[in-house]
Write a protein that binds this ligand. Structure first.
Ligand code: NAP
Length: 288
């Protein structure tokens, strides 16, 4: 099967970039599909993506993924933006075609797909999102667009979430040190951690997991973190009988959706998921 990517290159850009799992994930899918295309990593220093971009035609790139700190800087540099990239004001996938740059963002859709894989339907649910950074932004806005019920963003700096409240009438913000936080937890039907608390290499952790005792037992607990695969949050939630989900599904689904854009063709998500997991899970387990 020939594809648009035959003989071309793909890459992920970021600063730092050495630890990105995108090359492993994307190459696993390209190899599974038998597409002769090399996916690499390119160090693009913070603040320089605008000067790097015009040189991409010399690199034989069919496109690239972007990670920290370039996702926002890319937005005004694109010739076109997908609805999601425009909604999050962040780009994680750039398709280069006929010299034009097409910006996409697959993070929110990747998360929603990972929920469905676990049999979790966010429609109509009262959802509590812990944290209000870049990942929370794509998760909240996508869930709001997917007809979730009320979404409450619980964070330590409520001012940072005000923009999300303005963006959707079913999003509100609550400070984690307020009594309203406990009331929110008691009504929660889906809890999502969007902070780095408990991530490998991050010194901070939830100071207590007592808040899980307030969550209704039927509420799934999701963590966007995938390193480690089972965070302390998920361990504690599991002990209390909650369904749990880590960030691995989101990570892989956002990559599948990105490759669909690069190759301009639909992919068998289950086949791609299996091909990536075979390569990725041993790496994640070994890095513990
Ligand atoms: P970010 O933009 O830096 O946002 C981090 C958020 O966590 C901020 O709201 C921050 O609050 C909050 N926070 C940090 N420390 C806290 C603490 N001690 N107590 C309460 N809140 C705290 O990071 P991000 O890009 O959104 O990423 C968040 C997590 O999601 C990371 O672990 C990342 O690995 C994961 N992630 C996973 C995927 C995936 O594919 N699975 C994709 C993207 C991100 P302040 O604003 O008050 O500092």
């Amino acid at each position: 099967m020939s594809s648009l990517l035959d003989g071309k290159k793909l890459a992920v850009i970021g600063d730092p970039i050495e630890h990105s799992l995108s090359p492993l994930i994307q190459q696993a899918m390209l190899d599974e599909l038998g597409i002769p295309c090399i996916y690499g990593r390119i160090h693009v220093p913070a603040g320089t993506v605008g000067t790097w971009l015009p040189g991409t035609p010399d690199l034989n790139l069919a496109g690239f993924n972007a990670t920290m700190p370039h996702k926002t800087d890319l937005v005004p540099l694109m010739d076109t933006l997908s609805d999601d990239a425009r909604m999050y004001r962040a780009v994680n996938t750039v398709v280069i075609r006929d010299g034009l740059f097409h910006g996409h963002n697959t993070d929110g859709a990747g998360f929603v797909r990972s929920l469905h894989d676990e049999g979790i339907d966010p429609k109509g649910k009262r959802i509590t999102v812990y944290g209000a950074g870049g990942a929370a932004r794509s998760v909240v806005l996508k869930l709001a667009a997917e007809d979730a019920g009320r979404i409450t963003v619980c964070c330590r700096t409520p001012a940072k979430a005000e923009e999300l409240v303005q963006a959707s009438s079913n999003v509100r913000v609550v400070a984690i040190d307020s009594s309203e936080f406990e009331r929110t937890l008691a009504e929660t039907e889906l809890f999502i951690n969007c902070t780095p608390l408990g991530m490998q290499g991050v010194p901070s952790q939830f100071s207590s997991f007592d808040f899980l005792d307030i969550l209704p037992p039927f509420s799934p607990v999701c963590d966007l973190i995938y390193r480690p695969l089972k965070t302390k949050l998920l361990e504690e939630a599991g002990k209390r009988g909650h369904q749990t989900m880590n960030g691995l599904g989101m990570l892989i689904h956002q990559a599948i959706l990105a490759l669909e854009q690069f190759a301009s063709m639909p992919l068998d998500a289950a086949l791609m998921m299996a091909a990536v997991q075979k390569k990725l899970v041993p790496v994640l387990e070994k890095s513990l």
